[in-house]
Design a binder for this molecule. Structure first.
Ligand code: BV8
Ligand code: ZN
Length: 256
């Protein structure tokens, strides 16, 4: 039995599915990944930008990077991979998307599939490009404004206390939201299938999610053009792009 047939059979039999996504699910939408050759960090280095130390040393540079990413994502649209996952979630199976991505393409796909419902949306383990958080009073708030990173005085400020705001994302060396992570692990443990799409599976603790499904006796499917450290653990490895692989993989699974 091919990995494709095994994966399809597991999804057909599944009552609960967890989908773990990484930057690769948004690649075909035009959002650069992190570690691919044309990745975000090809021109930058993670240590320079996605750390609290980098923000403390040069908040202007870090905001310039996030401001550019916010504009880039706003100009992109969900691809067939996002849309078919959103369609799957409308069907009889319990489907939870757990994403490492800070873009809003899963939410926008949900809106396209079921306008105005403002569904639960994905669990954002690493936060969101479209939320900022105050470094002084800690308040977190939706923020889609263009970032003026001309100088420190023009950087985003907290609407409540005027303190310097930061992107509401999880940087390296920062802890993830404990409750969110516990919820993701529990959902993965109880899932019949963990569908892992577009992640290099190198960043922890997010990369542990599929291991909980395995530990709970569930089936792990990996969709990625390349092999990753997860490939050896997966029950089915489907090598190809999310936008091309996910739609046929989940086709008709949404009909009762
Ligand atoms: C923490 C911020 C406790 C928001 C991000 C040593 C060993 C193990 C762990 C560690 C270690 N040293 C330090 C750590 C912990 C560290 C970590 O995991 N480091 C790694 C790099 C070794 N983790 C942390 O610090 C976490 N916090 O552990 O706290 C602690 C405290 C103190 C000290 C230690 C521990 C916090 C992690 C969160 C970091 N923040 N993002 C932002 O700016 O976006 S991580 C960043 O990488 C993004 O969130 C991204 O989601 C994530 C993972 O990357 P991917 O999504 O997988 O993207 P990538 O480019 O890597 O891969 C893309 C994949 O897509 C590829 O496989 C490619 O083949 C595929 N692809 C390409 N095209 C397609 C495709 N797939 C499908 N279709 C396509 N078309
Ligand atoms: Zn404040």
């Amino acid at each position: 039995m091919s990995d494709w047939s095994k994966a399809r059979a597991a999804l057909e039999a599944a009552r609960n599915i967890v989908v773990l996504t990484g930057a690769g699910v948004s690649a075909e939408s035009g959002v650069p990944t992190f570690r691919d050759t044309d990745g975000l960090w090809h021109r930058f280095r993670p240590e320079e930008l996605a750390t609290p130390e980098a923000f403390r040393d040069d908040p202007r540079l870090v905001w310039e990077w996030y401001g550019w990413r916010r504009e880039r994502v706003a100009a992109c649209a969900p691809n067939a991979g996002h849309l078919s996952l959103a369609r799957l979630a409308l069907g009889p199976r319990g489907v939870t998307v757990v994403t490492q991505n800070v873009d809003d393409l899963h939410e926008r796909a949900d809106d396209e599939m079921q306008p105005g419902t403002g569904g639960a949306g994905p669990l954002h383990l690493h936060g969101s490009l479209f939320r900022s958080r105050c470094t002084a009073c800690g308040v977190s708030y939706p923020d889609r404004e263009p970032v003026d990173a001309t100088d420190e005085d023009s950087l985003p400020r907290c609407p409540a206390c005027g303190g310097l705001a930061r992107p509401d994302v999880v940087w390296f060396g920062e802890l993830l939201d404990e409750d969110l992570l516990r919820r993701a692990f529990r959902l993965a443990r109880d899932a019949d299938v963990c569908l892992v799409v577009g992640t290099s599976s190198v960043v922890y603790p997010a990369a542990s999610v599929p291991r909980y499904t395995r530990a709970g006796g569930g089936f792990v499917i990996e969709v990625n053009p390349s092999r990753t450290p997860l490939s050896a653990l997966a029950d089915a490895v489907l090598q190809g792009p999310a936008g091309g692989m996910i739609p046929p993989l989940v086709a008709d699974l949404w009909s009762p």
